[in-house]
Design a protein around this ligand. Sequence first.
Ligand SMILES: Cc1ncc(COP(=O)(O)O)c(C=O)c1O
Length: 388
Amino acid sequence: MTSRKLSQRSQTLSPFHVMDILAQAKILSQQGKTICHLEIGEPDFATAQPIIEAGIDALKQHKTHYTPALGLAELRHAIAEYYDRKFSQVVDPQRIIITPGASGALQLALTCLLDAGDNVLLADPGYPCNRNIAQVLAAEAITIPVNAENCYQLDARAVAQHWKARTRAAMVATPSNPTGTVLPKAQLTALAQLIERKQGRLIVDEIYQGLVYEDEDYTALEISDECFVINSFSKYFGMTGWRLGWMVVPECYVDVIDRIAQNIFLAPPTMSQYAALTALKIETQVLLDARRDEFKQRRDFLLPALEQMGFEIAAKPQAAFYIYANCEKFTDDSFNWVKKLLNKQGVALTPGIDFGSNRANIHCRFAYTQSLEILQQAVDKIDAFIHK
Ligand SMILES: Cc1ncc(COP(=O)(O)O)c(C=O)c1O
């Protein structure tokens, strides 16, 4: 038998530690234990019915062939209209690229910006896949520790300090995963200006747009046309499994991204693109906004409940469906603490280590992607665990 040969890059790719938690949760639930899943970063709601029906209609009408690599023209126009309606922002549909999830967009953006040996600046804590995509490209992800003072987001000062000769881009997610914090518009403006002066590119991941409970829900396109803006149908639109996202890029990148997309994905999923046309309709947004209001209610329940138990939440999460809590009062090894909490009480959380190394050992992430009833049960169980 031929021995297994692996590229070095694939061998050093870091795993999601939450997968260990999920595997353990599965064993426990097979043993009949009820698990409160607060580790899952996707809406618990099923995709809204009109979107499902649009997907089924597309299949019935045999819309099952490839679309252009950049996506259906109709959908690119509908997204342009969405920016106009929601943010009074005129965006040329030619600059809008449909992708297999925000994940596809992140791969395309980094592939077209980074050569082997180049680097991209990222926040720590932050969404872990970006580091790994950079690594797959033989590029480097330089992580910058962020904290509550800068809303757990990169700012111009930190980026200027870390910018090197081979830095090509900086990447932010606003609202952020895992902290649910929004990058203040003035902070993003200063960042965009700095990066333009450096002749680099700013990549702004807006996947949690639409799930903002306080402050302004804005798009980086209001600030600059020079950045890469990434979005998705996964979160606000509740379509995680449909694998559809988009990216708005400076015009001069469209042709090269077309070429990369043709080679890597060929095309985004056709059925999902037709369903997304319905997701963008005003009538559907009424349903999606009601879900957003429910997420807000959950946050308003969970945040004070965690604080009362002794978790410290240094920056109030204004958006998404995450609370990034300091659990230093209870442990200095949050990964093991999370495992014990699961085994003893059946509550699953994501340990800080999945989001980087900046004080990760004293943090964990709560996802309020469960009903208020389940959140109440989880709070009671965590309370019992802490005060055992
Ligand atoms: C910040 C961020 N970006 C991108 C993604 C990828 O999302 P998708 O590929 O489902 O659109 C996620 C998923 O959790 C995320 O949290």
